[in-house]
Design a protein around this ligand. Structure first.
Ligand code: INI
Length: 165
């Protein structure tokens, strides 16, 4: 029986290698002070894992709701092993928080599953600015880093699963 190696968890990320991977990042400018920190964390993580700088493509969009459309366009180019999405939706700042957050995650997952490409979720959804700061390089880590590690891991998993597709 073929064994699929599932050992590369974020807790075991020293094994992750991004060498040779082509990664797209869709970056939302809304709440830019937060999302720019998420982007920095994601880029540094990719470079540290061995991804070539010239193999990282970054496109920016006005807000989280535009992320799925831009992701779909990048996927259409056929040039990427995985995409990372970066955004920040803060409940305290919008009365339509649920719509923005739900539509964003639903759209991103649809593009991912319909096109069989890993798209990871570096979109913060928080109650307030303080929580967003804590999760974008503050005392609760940086979701951009987690999204980048997940993209590298899933790109590797996709290659290993290719005999099953
Ligand atoms: N977009 C975000 O990324 N985060 C938010 O918190 C947010 N709020 O507060 O509404 C937000 N709205 C903009 C939305 O994503 C679209 O850019 C806009 O509706 C234009 O289509």
């Amino acid at each position: 029986m073929t064994k699929v190696d599932q050992t590369e968890t974020p807790n075991n990320c020293s094994k992750l290698s991004g060498v040779g991977l082509k990664i797209g990042i869709v970056f939302s400018r809304f709440n830019n002070l937060i999302t720019s920190q998420l982007l920095k964390g994601a880029e540094k993580t990719l470079i540290d894992a061995g991804v070539n700088k010239q193999d990282i493509t970054i496109v920016d969009v006005p807000g989280a709701l535009e992320i799925p459309y831009a992701a779909q366009s990048l996927v259409g180019s056929g040039n990427f092993d995985a995409l990372i999405t970066i955004g920040c939706v803060i409940r305290g700042e919008t009365s339509h928080y649920e719509i923005v957050a739900n539509q964003t995650v639903e759209g991103i997952n649809r593009v991912s599953l319909d096109n069989r490409i890993p798209i990871t979720f570096g979109v913060l959804t928080t109650e307030n600015v303080e929580q967003a700061i804590a999760r974008s390089g503050g005392d609760k880590g940086n979701l951009g880093i987690e999204a980048a590690l997940a993209a590298i891991e899933l790109a590797g998993l996709t290659k290993r699963l290719s005999p099953f597709n």
